[in-house]
Write a protein that binds this ligand. Structure first.
Ligand code: IYR
Length: 227
């Protein structure tokens, strides 16, 4: 391994008791995150959105290409266009494009083709993935593990939003190429997720979901403990 251009790593360090406490309390905090569909129209300062995007963009990515663009929209005219286009697609999806099994699986969420939150939420963050990069000379460069990279960045984004005490929804109107057109994005950028961000509505409710216990999601292959 060659390390010519490396710099010293600046580790975050805690003693073991502190690690345990932090891991417990962070789990408890993250376990309170819920996807919300009922937003307040209360404004959210732009600086918060900027910090969320900075955090998202600190995610690891294939060959550090950071193959993402985050479009943050608070312009009501653009939000209306997005709502109109999303509802047109969702109407088709709920009325024929989605399978019966899919519609059955969604019943507990009470969703339908109406998407008022796209106009009510003070911000929409549209995450685009870059299939490839185009440099200043117009030349194409490859990106790697794009879905994995952008998925990780989106996870960082949701965590940053929750950390600030705001709520979000991972919304995927399908198909969502209309976002590329409305937001005037270049050909190499493909919509990945549409994330409304804001305060919850005062009377907001969420479905009563249960999360799988550790035993159902983790398998350990441990070294035997010596006696
Ligand atoms: N995109 C639709 C349907 C939908 C699909 C899944 I998978 C969900 O978890 C929730 C909704 C909609 O947003 O209503």
């Amino acid at each position: 391994m060659t390390t010519q251009n490396f710099i010293p790593f600046d580790p975050v360090e805690f003693d073991e008791a502190e690690m345990l406490e932090r891991s417990r309390s962070f789990y408890k905090f993250m376990d309170r995150r819920r996807s919300l569909r009922m937003f307040s129209d209360k404004p959210v300062p732009k600086e918060l959105i900027e910090n969320f995007i900075r955090t998202a963009s600190s995610a690891p990515s294939g060959a550090h290409k950071q193959p993402w663009t985050f479009c943050a929209v608070s312009d009501p005219a653009i939000q209306s266009k997005i709502r109109e286009a999303a509802e047109a697609e969702e109407y088709e999806s709920y009325n024929g494009r989605m399978s019966d099994e899919w519609l059955e699986d969604l019943k507990q969420f009470g969703t339908d083709w109406h998407k008022p939150f796209l106009e009510i939420a003070p911000w929409l963050i549209i995450v685009f993935k870059k299939a490839y990069e185009i440099d200043e000379k117009g030349e194409r460069h490859k990106c790697y593990y794009v879905n994995e990279s952008v998925g990780l960045a989106a996870g960082f984004l949701l965590t940053a939003i929750h950390n600030a005490g705001l709520v979000s929804l991972t919304h995927t109107p399908s198909p969502m190429n209309f976002l590329q057109k409305i937001l005037n994005r270049p050909e190499n950028e493909r919509p990945f997720l549409l994330i409304p961000v804001g305060y919850p509505a005062e009377d907001a409710v969420v479905p009563d979901l249960q999360r799988k216990p550790l035993e159902q999601v983790a398998v350990f292959y441990e070294k035997e403990k010596s006696k």
